[in-house]
Design a protein around this ligand. Structure first.
Ligand code: AMP
Length: 135
């Protein structure tokens, strides 16, 4: 995988506002926050997208996400938040190293804006069984 700016942050070559780190995970403040407290949680493992990430790194992120989110909420005073995780350029991924955004939604309305376009589920049984068949 080609190196990204997050590789350099992981190596300490580029500064960041560090919030948490362990053997598998690093969390730091987003440099262009959508809202106050916007935090990124990344694996040390160099995977571009979530589907390429090992179960071990995924589990390590899953273990600390709620804890980091609680700390962000406590400090910023936000009660609501979004977890955003983009994969692929068409899905708005700009840095090709897996990362989870923690984006507080503040009382003044600053936070993640989402355009949600719900459709109708037509072939649920077939689709679910096809996906289940791959697991
Ligand atoms: P995404 O669009 O999901 O790939 O988001 C990438 C995020 O990385 C954006 O929110 C950027 O503001 C953030 N970002 C890029 N470079 C840095 C950096 N050097 N330090 C902190 N956050 C960064």
């Amino acid at each position: 995988m080609p190196e990204t700016i997050f590789t350099k942050i992981l190596r300490g070559e580029i500064p960041c506002h560090r919030i948490y780190e362990d053997e598998h995970v690093l969390a730091f403040l987003d440099i262009n926050p959508i809202s106050r407290g916007h935090t990124l949680v990344i694996p040390r493992e160099p995977a571009e997208t979530l589907d390429q990430l090992s179960a071990e790194s995924a589990a390590a992120i899953g273990r600390v996400l709620p804890r980091i989110a609680r700390a962000v909420l406590e400090v910023t005073g936000a009660k609501d938040f979004n977890i955003l995780q983009n994969n692929g350029a068409a899905a708005h991924q700009a840095v090709f190293h897996v990362h989870f955004h923690i984006i507080p939604m503040h009382a003044d309305g600053t936070g993640l804006g989402i355009e949600w376009r719900p459709g109708k589920l037509a072939d649920g049984a077939e689709l679910a069984s096809s996906i289940a068949g791959k697991l």
